[in-house]
Ligand binder design. Structure first.
Ligand SMILES: Nc1ncnc2c1ncn2[C@@H]1O[C@H](COP(=O)(O)OP(=O)(O)OP(=O)(O)O)[C@@H](O)[C@H]1O
Ligand SMILES: [Mg+2]
Length: 379
């Protein structure tokens, strides 16, 4: 079993509704309870910034900085993992140029080259109420979810996505300008083909591994097995053809599609249009046609299977952020979730307005009450 990485101390400065906060944390389950608006999700958002990207709300950094503060924010975590202790800090400074150039990351006091460096120390995965609409909502949300799952097992995925996006923005600019500069198009499309096929290959590999892990969920368990797949030309081709051939084909498709794309003003084909397709296996039903609770159970099964996969692949157990997790789960499913989390041996942060929903965890979890900018032990 992979060794547990856990946050042993979290310090926030001018982060959302926290002017200053320092809390000590234990391995295993941590339950944050408190009233609406107390600051529970804000704590999970802070932890979600210990991974590359803009965190679980995808908020602009200016919104994260506390109203009435100096425009900056900082968060700091002490991690205890198999390789000892690590200190990770991130934030933006205040003043006129607050947030320009993105957030800074420091690891053990030294500036990190990029946020990706945090992945050497920890992996963070989350499930939030906003994701309740994952199966029924826009494909873009599923793609983001998919790419975050890939990133947790394949840290290079973040850079691939950035490179592809950058190239595509360049191509879209040429399209909008009505450019006919074929040499420019050729150069950009070659880049898009390279990075695009790498993205598709990494997604396909993650889905293959995750599907095998989902198969290990019990047939009749509380979290149903999901059949997962990808829709997208590149993802389909990469499963049956060598990457170089798929790359060449995609490059040709882009070149031949210039006129059509010029009319549309954007690139119409590529991995930025792919989708994650999920079916509820026991019911033989597309996920989007399942009930709210069934969709939640399906998603929980996927996330827990992925946590297990991440542990096995990276040797690090991921840190799980489960916002309002108890809301749609009945008592039996809650108990099952808690026991799977223990079995996974990962630090899992859970929130709820009512600590009573977590009462079966008494003695096996750290209970903290969140009260408008302060956090203390639940009594
Ligand atoms: N930049 C900010 N500065 C100060 N306060 C903020 C900032 N951004 C959000 N808040 C406030 O933080 C408070 C806590 O928000 P949070 O989403 O963490 O609550 P919560 O405990 O998760 O509540 P719920 O149970 O409703 O989900 C809210 O009242 C919100 O208005
Ligand atoms: Mg909340």
């Amino acid at each position: 079993m992979p060794a547990q990485t856990h946050i042993s101390k979290l310090t926030l400065t001018n982060f959302r509704n926290y002017a200053g906060l320092a809390i000590d944390l234990v391995p295993g389950a941590v339950v944050f309870s408190g009233d609406n608006g107390a600051g529970k999700t804000n704590l999970l958002e802070a932890i979600s910034l210990l991974t590359p990207g803009r965190g679980l709300r995808r908020a602009p950094y200016a919104d994260v900085a506390r109203e009435g503060g100096d425009g900056g924010f900082a968060l700091h975590a002490r991690l205890d993992g198999p390789d000892g202790q690590v200190e990770i800090g991130t934030g933006i400074s205040g003043g006129d140029s607050a947030g320009e150039g993105g957030r800074r990351v420091r690891i053990n006091g030294a500036s990190a080259r990029s946020a990706e460096e945090m992945l050497e120390w920890l992996r963070v995965v989350w499930l939030t109420p906003a994701m309740d609409a994952l199966f029924t909502g826009p494909a873009a949300d599923r793609r983001r979810f998919l790419d975050r799952l890939v990133l947790a097992i394949d840290p290079g995925h973040g850079q691939r996505a950035i490179d592809y996006e950058k190239a595509m923005r360049g191509r879209n600019r040429l399209l909008v300008e009505g450019s006919r500069d074929d040499r420019w198009f050729d150069a950009i499309e070659t880049q898009m083909a390279e990075t695009g096929v790498a993205i598709a290959a990494a997604r396909a590999e993650m889905v293959r591994l995750l599907a095998a892990m989902i198969d290990r969920l019990p047939d009749t368990g509380p979290f149903p097995q999901a059949d997962i797949g990808l829709s997208g030309d590149l993802e389909a081709e990469i499963a049956i053809a060598p990457a170089v051939d798929v790359e060449e084909r995609f490059r040709r498709t882009l070149a031949e599609g210039r006129d059509r794309d010029r009319a549309a003003g954007r690139t119409l084909e590529g991995p930025h249009r792919s989708d994650l397709v999920v079916r509820h296996r026991p019911k033989a039903m597309p996920a989007e046609l399942c009930s709210t609770g069934e969709q939640k159970a399906l998603l929980v099964g996927i996330v827990l299977s992925h946590a297990r996969l991440t542990g096995e692949m990276s040797g690090m157990t991921p840190i799980l952020l489960l916002d309002e997790i108890a809301a749609h789960l009945d008592g039996g499913r809650r108990a099952a979730l808690f026991s799977i989390l223990e079995d996974l041996n990962c630090q899992a942060f859970m929130t709820g307005t009512d600590a009573a929903l977590f009462s079966s965890l008494k003695g096996r979890a750290q209970f903290l009450t969140v009260d408008h900018g302060t956090v203390g032990p639940t009594i």
